[in-house]
Design a protein around this ligand. Structure first.
Ligand SMILES: Cc1cc2nc3c(=O)[nH]c(=O)nc-3n(C[C@H](O)[C@H](O)[C@H](O)COP(=O)(O)O)c2cc1C
Length: 166
């Protein structure tokens, strides 16, 4: 169902992919995983590798899976499934079964998990983490994003596989 492609064959802007169309960030395996919607993040190069950058607040259930697992995925749906992504971005896997509620179907993607409905999947290997330090905020207005001091953990993932739905 998925075939491997070269990341350079993705012609869409990462801003459009992540900020506008959103992604599902998933960690674990089809048997045990959690997923949540993300629209903050980036794709690019670091340390000579193709990398994905995801920002996860510590209270997310997905955070626990990001901590436990070496691999995770970013799944893109080409602007479709916004309703389902809205659900995954407003409910916690601690309180409900997101798959049952959305009809998304978990499938194996490399060493991790994605969904049969995804159009593009980035399989990432966690290579570094870094917690946002508010001392680094040069623009004071950024503080208002963190009324509860729940600073994101940045996950830097080497993109080890890119999958495209046929
Ligand atoms: C469009 C959208 C984008 C989001 N982006 C992020 C993000 O980048 N980082 C984050 O920590 N939470 C983000 N969230 C919030 C989580 O997706 C949300 O809290 C989710 O319910 C967490 O689920 P979980 O507890 O099962 O992990 C976003 C929510 C939406 C709707």
């Amino acid at each position: 169902m998925f075939r491997e492609i070269d990341i350079r064959d993705i012609k869409k802007s990462p801003v459009e992919m992540i900020s506008d169309e959103w992604a599902l960030l998933s960690a674990g395996t089809p048997d045990s995983f959690n997923t949540m919607t993300v629209s903050w993040g980036a794709l690019g190069e670091l340390w000579g590798r193709d990398c994905a950058f995801a920002f996860v607040r510590p209270q997310r259930y997905t955070y626990e899976f990001m901590e436990k697992n070496e691999y995770y995925t970013l799944s893109f749906f080409d602007g479709a499934y916004k309703k389902e992504m809205g659900f995954c971005g407003s409910h916690s896997g601690r309180d409900c079964d997101k798959m049952k509620e959305t009809g998304l179907q978990p499938v194996r993607a490399g060493e991790s998990v994605s969904f049969s409905q995804a159009k593009t999947v980035l399989v990432c290997r966690k290579i570094a983490i870094q917690d946002i330090d508010p001392k680094g905020f040069l623009d004071e207005s950024i503080h208002s994003e963190y009324p509860s001091d729940d600073y994101h953990r940045v996950y830097i993932g080497e993109i080890v596989k890119v999958l495209k739905a046929d």
